[in-house]
Design a protein around this ligand. Structure first.
Ligand code: FES
Length: 588
């Protein structure tokens, strides 16, 4: 006997007729009718009616986790997304995926990004849904979700968890994590004591949500909106605001719409969308990690990032956003200044306005719909930028034949044309053991070199922001030229060359740098050179050949066997489609 809420329509006798909603992706028992019958029997065990089960299904990735305070508002967001889905006539189905937090991932979060992307992709494929709302925020989660969704090919919307609120330390406004590094540097230099650093520790993260500066999380939020993958205004509302919940509700409603229209992700993630995202990455003074992640997401759609063309794009794209670490403000200020609409309006002449967004309208139409803007002091005009060129410059030279990058907008202008003596650390352990020793032979004009923190060397940790050697820090030195094959946090600052490709662990030239070698950095010429002859480098390589690391089992074995270099997004080679859809950006 049917329940009063059951429509009594029962299961379809011809499930092959429908490849939508609950009939999608049936478990294979060799009898599709039975597969649907069984699926509905189980879901009805959770109290669902046939009426509910006939609606378009919207999956919602639940990345809430006790280990991830950046996603601490996930329960409220899920509730709001569900409301939006149901208001629009859909059936919301939330489900868990891997969740990654920067400080709770060992050896580091980058090691797990591709695993999360695979988890996301396979669950989007395996479970019946007509569209998905991807709830992500902390650094690696949004790239992982966009990579996975790009490969799965469903209609998808990215919902950002939102930034944390700023705190206050002795009346000074603070937020993670540019201020974390600044205060830790003061503590190392003995400018503040143990009691004060403990007080700071209580104030840096004033609420749940993602880091409040233009770190990787904020960068990826802005990139997601520039790609057209969020609802308009989806990047900037802080995590604990009503605006954020309304964005969640709208994301749910829109997901039903794009399910009905079959607006699949490939219609949004086009070459033009990626070029818009690159413009935005440069104009926001975004995290250097943004390049790696954007390369990986584009790679899933078959596009290759042309680093030289990206650098040319950077020369004509000024930094407009006055946010730490390149500027002074925090994400909540950006939101009060109008968020991405304000930035995109200013960048309009440099954007592909005909790129489609998840709303079904173009980016240009959405910018126009946001209105004329208002007076504010967070997004500068193109006539009065924070920095005249894009935040990130691409370097090349015999030390990095495959390229390297520097965040010039967060570097020390006085050090961007520099030649110095190499002080070499072979790996992270060597760095930890010697960087603070009083007898370290190091001077302020030297160049610190750290090897073996590339993708295969150490899963590319954010260790490129090497600490200033203690004896120099105590003498007041705040910045030095630092070079590695690793990454750095988007919240860090300094004259730091990153992503040296190929990495030391696969025998890149970085592997053969020795103490005392001369290194030349010229950001103006986009050059990073080891002033050692090719013959000498070949001699060193022959005398001390690099043996690539392998693992016996498990995910680490897969990682070491498959991970690509920074110029291919540190994705797994088998996750990228072949053939290539071409190079981007396509700038002259
Ligand atoms: Fe999650 Fe910074 S640690 S965004």
């Amino acid at each position: 006997m049917s329940s009063p809420t059951d429509s009594s329509k029962g299961h379809s006798t011809n499930p092959a007729a429908s490849q939508e909603g609950m009939s999608k992706g049936l478990t294979n028992y060799g009898d599709r009718g039975f597969s649907l019958f069984l699926r509905k029997a189980f879901i009805k065990g959770a109290g669902y009616s046939d009426t509910a089960l006939e609606r378009p299904v919207v999956g919602i990735t639940n990345t809430g986790s006790a280990y991830n305070p950046c996603h601490g508002n996930a329960p409220q967001l899920i509730e709001a997304v569900k409301r939006g889905v149901m208001l629009a006539g859909g059936l919301p189905m939330d489900f868990p995926t891997i969740s990654i937090h920067e400080s709770f991932s060992s050896p580091n979060s980058m090691y797990l990004r591709n695993l999360m992307s695979m988890d996301t992709e396979e669950l989007l494929r395996a479970q019946p849904m007509d569209a998905v709302v991807l709830i992500g925020g902390c650094d690696k989660t949004v790239p992982a979700q966009l990579m996975g969704a790009a490969s799965a090919g469903l209609p998808a919307i990215q919902l950002i968890t939102g930034s944390m609120l700023t705190g206050s330390h002795r009346s000074e406004r603070v937020g993670a994590c540019t201020d974390c590094r600044r205060y830790w540097g003061k503590y190392r230099a003995e400018e503040i004591d143990a009691q004060e650093i403990a007080e700071v520790n209580n104030q840096l993260v004033a609420s749940v949500g993602t880091c409040s500066v233009m770190g990787t999380a904020s960068t990826m939020a802005c990139i997601a909106e520039a790609l057209g993958m969020t609802v308009p205004g989806g990047a900037s509302p802080p995590a604990v605001t009503a605006d954020r919940l309304r964005i969640a509700e709208r994301s749910g409603a829109l997901a039903v719409e794009i399910a009905r229209k079959r607006l699949t992700i490939d219609k949004v993630l086009t070459a033009k969308a990626f070029e818009n995202a690159m413009r935005v990455l440069l104009a926001i003074g975004g995290s250097t990690n943004g390049i790696v992640h954007l390369t990986a997401i584009a790679g899933r759609m078959g596009f290759e990032i042309d680093l030289k063309a990206l650098d040319r794009m950077g020369r004509e794209t000024p930094v407009l956003l006055d946010l730490k670490p390149s500027g002074d403000h925090y994400m909540e200020d950006f939101h009060h200044a109008g968020g991405m609409a304000t930035l995109l309006r200013e960048l309009k002449p440099l954007l592909h306005l005909d790129a489609l967004t998840v709303t079904g309208r173009t980016l240009g139409e959405e910018i126009d719909a946001a209105g004329p803007g208002f007076a504010q002091d967070v997004v500068r005009s193109r006539n009065n930028p924070i920095y005249p060129q894009g935040g990130i410059a691409v370097l090349q030279g015999n030390l990095a034949p495959g390229g390297a990058i520097i965040k010039q907008s967060a570097a020390n202008p006085a050090m961007m044309e520099h030649e110095g003596r190499a002080v070499v650390f072979e790996n992270l352990e060597d760095l930890a053991n010697r960087i603070d020793t009083p007898d370290l032979d190091v001077h302020p004009e030297d160049v610190l070199v750290l090897k073996h923190i590339g993708p295969k060397g150490a899963a590319m940790p954010e260790a490129g922001y090497m600490p200033i050697p203690r004896k120099l820090a105590l003498a007041g030195v705040k910045d030095m030229v630092r070079i590695s094959d690793g990454r750095m946090s988007g919240t860090a600052f300094g004259t730091i060359v990153l992503h040296v490709t190929p990495e030391a662990a696969i025998g890149g030239p970085l592997a053969y740098v020795q103490n005392g070698d001369r290194i030349r950095l010229s950001v103006a010429k986009r050059e990073i050179s080891l002033l050692v002859s090719d013959a000498e480098l070949a001699r060193r390589a022959e005398a001390n050949p690099v043996r690539e690391a392998v693992a016996e089992r498990g995910y680490r074995k897969l990682f070491l066997a498959s991970v690509t270099q920074a110029d291919r997004g540190v994705d797994f080679d088998f996750l990228m489609p072949a053939p290539s859809a071409g190079k981007i950006p396509r700038v002259d």
